[in-house]
Design a protein around this ligand. Structure first.
Ligand code: NAD
Length: 492
């Protein structure tokens, strides 16, 4: 099957039809289906099942039963299955990347990087599963005190559409490594790679029921999943508004939560930076996945001394970015849906009405080759004050807002004057400035001289309205554990 065949609508990759429950693809309780759209063509390319509360109940019951055996499976054996899954993900990387590209719109190379990232999550937690060890406590003579990390139980994973397979993997891999069982709900815009991942896990030796996937909308599947009494923890990745709703619903059963929400992350560029490196960094930070990245660097906080020269070069580089269907691997792909395109355009139109200067881009467009698709031009907006909507609100598109700082101290103040606190980038050649800023900027993670530096080894999560709890790293493994303390009087 060639890219040309797929783009001409003559071929579609083989896709599972149904949910994945108890180790197999099953039909939904109700005969309800939805279409999935290829954003690069703005056309439906496949259909999938829209689940119901009954499907969720079935998946949770299956996960509950499977948990009792999985949690007792030796940790090294769990690790071996995760390692085998990583191998299968790598072996199927191209197929998975093509599906991700069609479902989500992102350029093929970015989709391939996401699939490899998903494999890395399974490799990392495969190695970590038998290294989850507790502490001993220095109690008085005659006593023994120690702690145990126990799996939380059944964990629900609610996944957004912007990084479908990598977000699924970064939650499912540590949950399984810790001995939890899983019910995952991918976004209704991008249902397929989570289903394919669950199939590969079973092929790798995961017992039926340990990882289940129910597809469908937030209302029909996500909401009942959060309120199920059989679910012990919800890892929710998505918008602040839905996150607040999930938090309220989870309160009914006092269900544990990890909330990975939005961001409006600053990239701080100081006068003394390596300019070429900073230019690459700023471009990648905002235009990767057409800006639909929770940790996108959507605010350029730049020192006045370098502003004019840097922004001129930035505009020049932005104008050369190639756009097109994700399968043709351009530098910038489409945005995920017509509704999302309209939302992005709304932000830019309102900024224009407030008198903002659009330095480049600013309009809805199409794939120059086919005249189709949901595209937005890569856009840069000149200096805006801190209270501006474009500084405070997540656009989740290829729109960069500039803020001018008088010095490093002012840059920190501007970086922090925002309701979000997910990540921050810093470009400077002065190590002291970098470390002081890394200390003073309120964000869950800081990148110095390379935006998006790090990998699965580095814990990730938000401060302020970006959420709470941590994924990735050993911290991510502990997010799927309950800590039990034991104190024993040893003397009889
Ligand atoms: P969204 O909140 O609309 O949807 C996210 C998921 O929640 C989807 O699977 C959706 O079906 C489900 N959902 C919707 N309503 C629900 C409900 N009432 N109960 C339970 N589940 C429900 O978000 P989105 O538009 O898909 O994703 C974009 C958002 O996700 C952005 O704000 C982005 O910043 C954020 N995000 C955060 C991270 C992170 O790690 N912090 C990563 C990726 C995306």
């Amino acid at each position: 099957m060639t890219v040309e065949d797929i783009l001409a609508g003559k071929a579609v990759p083989a896709l599972p039809k149904g949910h994945f429950i108890d180790g197999e693809v099953v039909a939904g309780f109700e005969a309800s289906s939805m279409e999935s759209f290829d954003p690069g063509r703005a056309e439906a390319f496949a259909s999938f099942t829209n689940g119901s509360a009954e499907d969720v109940g079935r998946a949770v019951a299956s996960a509950r039963t499977a948990f009792e055996t999985w949690r007792k499976t030796p940790a090294a054996e769990r690790g071996a299955i995760l390692q085998a899954a990583a191998g299968l993900i790598r072996g199927n990387a191209e197929r998975l990347a093509v599906v991700e590209c069609l479902d989500c719109g992102k350029p093929l190379n970015e989709a391939l990087a996401d699939v490899r990232g998903a494999a890395r999550s399974f490799e990392y937690y495969a190695g970590a599963s038998d290294k989850l060890q507790g502490d001993t406590f220095p109690l008085p003579h005659g006593y023994l005190g120690y702690s145990l990390y126990e799996p939380i139980g059944v964990t629900a994973h609610i996944i957004p559409w912007n990084f479908p397979i990598s977000t699924a993997a970064r939650g499912i891999a540590p949950a399984l490594a810790a001995g939890c069982s899983v019910v995952a709900k991918p976004a209704e815009q991008t249902p397929f790679t989570a289903l394919l991942l669950a199939e590969l896990l079973v092929e790798a030796g995961l017992p039926p029921g340990v990882c289940n996937v129910v597809t469908g909308t937030g209302m029909d599947v996500g909401a009942p999943l959060v309120t199920q009494s059989g679910v012990d923890q919800v890892t929710f990745t998505g918008s602040v508004e839905t996150g607040k709703h999930v938090m309220r619903s989870a309160a009914d059963n006092v269900t544990r939560l990890v909330l990975e929400l939005g961001g409006k992350s600053p990239v701080v560029v100081l006068d003394d930076c390596d300019e070429e490196r900073a230019l690459d960094g700023v471009l990648g930070a905002i235009f990767e996945n057409a800006g639909q990245v929770c940790s996108a660097g959507s605010r350029l906080v730049i020192e006045r001394g370098i502003h004019d020269r840097f922004v001129e070069k930035l505009i020049g580089r932005t104008k050369t970015l190639t756009m097109g269907h994700g399968l043709r691997d351009p530098q910038l792909g489409p945005v995920n849906s017509a509704a999302h395109l309209e939302r992005i355009a709304g932000f830019v139109d309102r900024a224009r009405e407030r008198g903002a200067e659009i330095l480049t881009g600013g309009s809805v467009t199409v794939d120059p080759e086919t005249g189709k698709g949901w595209f937005f031009e890569p856009t840069i907006v000149a200096d805006r004050p801190s209270h501006d909507e474009l500084v405070q609100e997540e656009v989740f598109g290829p729109v960069l807002t500039i803020q001018i700082a008088e010095d490093a101290e002012d840059a920190v103040a501007l970086a922090n004057d925002c309701q979000y606190g997910l990540v921050a980038g810093i470009y400077t050649s002065n190590i002291s400035s970098a470390l002081e800023m890394a200390r003073d900027v309120d964000a869950g993670q800081i990148y110095v001289n390379e935006y998006f530096a790090g990998g699965i080894e580095v814990p990730f999560g938000g401060n302020k309205r970006s959420g709470f709890g941590r994924e990735k790293g050993l911290e991510g493994l502990r997010s799927y554990c309950k800590l039990k303390s034991v104190a024993v009087r040893v003397e009889s």
